[in-house]
Design a protein around this ligand. Structure first.
Ligand code: BGC
Length: 720
C-alpha cells in the first residue's frame, strides 16, 4: 500500500510535521504509522554528505562541475555521470540529491555559475534532463534547483527580480519546464530570491499557476535552506517541504493557522501527500525509519567504499574531464609532441593544487585528485621542469585558505618561473581563479585573474617561447593583456578530480579536446549583458536586457567577443556541408535539418554541430539567433556522418506578452548551422504559417493603451 493512502489516518499535527525537515538533511518520520524519513544530500557534481562533525564531509567522487560537464555537450556522458552519482548516493544512504542547478548564467559575475550548465535555456534543459534521467535510473531522486530566477548571489536571500513574463518564460523558466516534462524529477527546490516582490518560496504564480496548473508537475517542492519567511503563506502558495527543520516551530504555526481558519486544511493535505509520495519513491520497500544512519568519523566504511565504486568512478571522472576540456586558441603548438626532446616548463601553483570545483554547498571532498603536476611528470619525466610562479592558498579542494598579500614573495616566485621559462622550449602556465571567486553566496566584481597571475602571464608572453595557458575557472574571465601573446589557450573549467590526467592526455595529443563553450567569453565585463547595474541595487534587480542574455545579447548589439558561445577547437579539422532543411509539417512547425560532417584532418576528433533559428520579421524584437538543436559527432580521419536535428513548434515561437502563450508568428525563418554562434557555415530559409490554434497577432495599432504592470509578481502578470 502506498504511504499516500495513510493520509486520512494522520492527525493535523502529524501532517504539519511532514511539511518541515528533521534537522538539516532529513524529512520527519511518523513512527506511529511506520512512515520512514528521507535523507537529502547535496550535489550536483558529486555527493556532499556530512559525517555529523560540523562541515566535515565524507569522500565521494568529484566529477566535473555542471558548467564543465555541460561543455561536453554530450547527453549520454551527462547521464552516465549522474548515474554514478546515484550509485554513490545509494552507498551513502542518500535518497534525494540536491541537483542539478538549472539557473541560467545571466552574468559572468555570478559566483555559482560553475554549478549551472549554460547561458542558453535549450542546452541547459537538455543536459539537465539527461542528468535527472541518469540519476533517477539508480532509484535516487533528483531535486532541480533553484526555482526561479536565482541568477546571482549578491543579496540572494532578499533581492527582488523584476522581469517581464516573456523573459521569465522564454529564458528562466524554460529549462525547468523541459526537465519537468521530460524527466519527471522527484523534487524541485525553490530559490531564495523574490520575484516581482514576492519570495519564490511563497509565490503562488510560480509554485501553483505555472508549475502545477500549467506544467502539471506532480513532484515535491522543497524550500532552499532557510528560504521560508512565512510558513503559512508558503504552504498556501504551493510549497510542500521546508528545509531545514525548525524544531517544530513552523509545524505549530501551520496547525494554528488551520485552527484559526487562516489556512485551508486541504492545502496541508496536498503538501503532506506530496511528501508521502516522496517517501514512497525513496523507500520502494519497507525501510528503516532513518535510512542507513550517519557514520561516525570522516572516512568511508569498507562496504561504502566498495558500494561507491570509487576506482571506476575516478576513471569516469577523468573521461568526463577529458571530454570537457575546451581548446579556444591554438596557433599550432598543441598537441605537444611527446617524443620530441624539448624541455617543457610547467608553471603555476594550480598545476600542483588544481582548481577542481567551486565552493559552498556544492563542494565535494574528492576520493583522490589527479594533479597536472603528477600526470605531466609521469608522462614527460625529466623533460618537465616546474616552478610555482604565484602563490596558492593551502587547499583540501573544498576549502582553500586565502593568500595574504605579499608583493615580495609574488615577485620572487614570478622571477623564478620566468627564468625557468626563458630556458625552455615550451611553457605551460596553469592559472585560474581562487576558490573564493567561484563560490556560493558571493559574486565576483570583475572578470580578471588575480593580479599576480596577470603580471606573471604578461612577463611570460614577453619571452620568445611559445606559451600555452591552461585556465581553471568556473565562469568567463577576461584575457587582457596576455591573450594575444599566447600560442594556445586551453580551458579546463572546474573539471573535477580527474583533471590532471585529462589535461596531460589533451596536451600530449593522447585525446582530442572535446569541450565547446556553453557561455560567451566577453572582451570586457562592461560588454556583458545587464551591465552596469547587473546585480541590482537597493533590493531590486531589473532584468532590463529582457530575453537578450549570453550570445543573444552580443549578437543583438553586434559586439565583438573574445570567444563565442559554442566555440572550441579540435586537433583535427571538419567540414560541414550539404545542408538540407525540410519542412515536414508546416502547421505543426516540424522541420528536419540534416548536414554532412566530415573529418578532413589526420586525427580522430569530435565536433559539435549546432542549429540556430532566427525570425527576422516579427511583431516583437527577437534574438538574432537561438540555439534549438545540437549533435556531437566523433569521427575518424576521412570519416563522414550526417548530423540530423528535428525542430518543432516552440523552436520557432516567442512568448506573447498579451496572453503568456508561446506563439509562432508565421513568415520566413532562418535556420543556421555551424560550430559556434559566430561561426555559421550554412543557412537556409523556410516559410511557416501562424500557429493554427492561436488567434492572429494583435497589430500594434490595435493594442490597448492601458498601463501594464511590467514585472511579474506573486499573483502573476497583469494582463492588458
Ligand atoms: C543552497 C542549495 C543547497 C542547500 C543545502 C543552500 O544554501 O542554495 O543549493 O542545496 O543550501 O546545502
Amino acid at each position: 500500500m502506498p504511504l499516500t493512502d495513510l493520509l486520512p489516518q494522520l492527525s493535523l499535527a502529524e501532517k504539519a510535521a511532514l511539511l518541515s525537515g528533521d534537522g538539516d538533511w532529513w524529512t520527519q518520520a511518523v513512527p506511529r504509522l511506520a512512515v520512514p524519513a528521507v535523507e537529502l544530500g547535496d550535489g550536483p557534481h558529486g555527493l556532499r554528505t556530512e559525517t555529523g562533525k560540523d562541515m566535515v564531509w565524507l569522500p565521494s567522487t568529484c566529477f566535473p562541475t555542471l558548467s564543465a560537464l555541460a561543455a561536453t555537450w554530450d547527453r549520454d556522458l551527462v547521464r552516465e555521470v549522474a548515474a554514478a552519482i546515484g550509485v554513490e548516493a545509494r552507498a551513502m544512504g542518500v535518497h534525494l540529491v540536491l541537483g542539478p542547478g538549472v539557473n541560467l548564467k545571466r552574468t559572468p559575475l555570478c559566483g555559482r555559475n560553475f554549478e549551472y550548465p549554460s547561458e542558453d535555456p535549450w542546452l541547459t534543459g537538455r543536459l539537465a534532463a539527461a542528468y535527472v534521467d541518469g540519476l533517477q535510473s539508480t532509484g535516487v531522486g533528483a531535486c532541480v534547483k533553484h526555482f526561479a530566477a536565482n541568477n546571482q548571489e549578491t543579496d540572494r536571500t532578499r533581492v527582488s527580480v523584476e522581469a517581464d513574463e516573456r523573459t521569465l518564460r522564454e529564458l528562466y523558466l524554460a529549462a525547468f519546464e523541459h526537465v519537468v516534462h521530460e524527466a519527471d524529477p522527484w523534487a524541485l527546490m525553490c530559490s531564495y530570491n523574490r520575484v516581482g516582490g514576492t519570495y519564490a518560496s511563497a509565490h503562488p504564480w510560480l509554485l501553483t499557476t505555472v508549475l502545477r496548473d500549467e506544467w502539471g508537475y506532480p513532484g515535491l517542492v522543497v524550500s532552499d535552506w532557510d528560504a521560508v519567511h512565512d510558513k503559512v503563506a508558503s504552504v498556501r502558495a504551493g510549497l510542500d517541504l521546508e528545509m531545514p527543520g525548525t524544531g517544530g516551530r513552523t509545524d505549530a504555526e501551520v496547525v494554528e493557522a488551520v485552527r484559526r481558519g487562516e489556512l485551508d486544511e486541504a492545502d496541508v493535505d496536498r503538501a503532506a501527500r506530496r511528501v508521502l509520495h516522496l517517501v514512497d519513491r525513496a523507500h520502494p520497500a519497507p525501510g528503516p525509519l532513518r535510512g542507513l544512519g550517519h557514520r561516525p568519523g570522516d572516512t568511508l566504511t569498507p562496504t561504502q567504499e566498495e558500494l561507491l565504486g570509487a576506482a571506476a568512478h575516478h576513471e569516469l571522472a577523468r573521461r568526463a574531464a577529458t571530454a570537457s576540456l575546451t581548446l579556444v586558441r591554438n596557433t599550432g603548438v598543441l598537441p605537444l609532441d611527446p617524443s620530441s626532446p624539448a624541455r617543457i616548463a610547467l608553471v603555476g601553483g594550480y598545476a600542483r593544487v588544481p582548481r577542481i570545483q567551486g565552493g559552498g554547498s556544492a563542494g565535494v571532498r574528492p576520493t583522490r585528485v589527479d594533479t597536472p603536476l603528477d600526470a605531466l611528470s609521469a608522462a614527460l619525466g625529466d623533460r618537465l621542469v616546474t616552478a610555482e610562479g604565484y602563490r596558492v592558498g593551502a587547499s583540501d579542494y573544498y576549502q582553500e585558505q586565502p593568500v595574504p598579500t605579499d608583493p615580495d614573495s609574488d615577485e620572487a616566485l614570478a622571477d623564478e618561473a620566468v627564468a625557468l621559462a626563458a630556458g625552455s622550449d615550451v611553457v605551460v602556465a596553469v592559472v585560474g581563479l581562487p576558490l573564493a571567486a567561484d563560490s556560493e553566496a558571493v559574486d565576483r566584481t570583475d572578470l580578471a585573474l588575480p593580479a599576480a597571475q596577470v603580471s606573471l602571464l604578461r612577463r611570460l608572453v614577453a619571452l620568445d617561447v611559445p606559451l600555452v595557458v591552461v585556465l581553471q575557472a568556473g565562469s568567463a574571465v577576461t584575457m587582457d593583456p596576455w591573450h594575444d601573446g599566447t600560442a594556445a589557450v586551453l580551458l579546463t573549467g572546474l573539471a573535477g578530480q580527474g583533471v590532471g590526467q585529462a589535461l596531460a592526455d589533451v596536451l600530449l595529443g593522447r585525446a582530442d579536446p572535446g569541450g565547446r563553450l556553453t557561455e560567451t567569453y566577453p572582451l570586457s565585463l562592461a560588454d556583458s549583458p545587464g551591465m552596469p547595474a547587473v546585480t541590482g541595487e537597493r533590493g531590486h534587480v531589473v532584468y532590463g536586457e529582457g530575453v537578450l542574455i549570453g550570445y543573444r545579447w552580443y549578437d543583438a548589439l553586434d559586439r565583438p567577443v573574445r570567444y563565442p558561445f559554442g566555440h572550441g577547437l579540435s586537433y583535427t579539422t571538419f567540414t560541414l556541408d550539404d545542408l538540407h532543411v525540410e519542412v515536414l509539417d508546416a502547421a505543426a512547425g516540424r522541420v528536419r535539418c540534416a548536414v554532412q560532417v566530415t573529418n578532413t584532418g589526420a586525427r580522430p576528433g569530435t565536433q559539435v554541430v549546432q542549429v540556430y533559428v532566427g525570425d527576422p520579421e516579427s511583431a516583437v524584437h527577437r534574438p538574432v539567433r537561438e540555439l534549438k538543436g545540437a549533435v556531437k559527432v566523433a569521427l575518424d580521419p576521412g570519416e563522414r556522418a550526417r548530423a540530423v536535428v528535428e525542430l518543432a513548434g516552440r523552436d520557432f515561437a516567442y512568448v506573447d506578452a498579451t496572453s503568456g502563450a508561446w506563439r509562432r508568428e508565421g513568415g520566413t525563418f532562418v535556420v543556421e548551422v555551424g560550430v559556434s554562434s559566430r561561426d555559421l557555415v550554412a543557412r537556409a530559409e523556410i516559410e511557416l504559417p501562424d500557429d493554427p490554434g492561436l488567434p492572429p497577432v494583435v497589430r500594434d495599432e490595435d493594442l490597448p493603451t492601458a498601463p501594464v504592470a511590467w514585472a511579474v509578481g506573486g499573483d502573476g502578470p497583469a494582463r492588458v
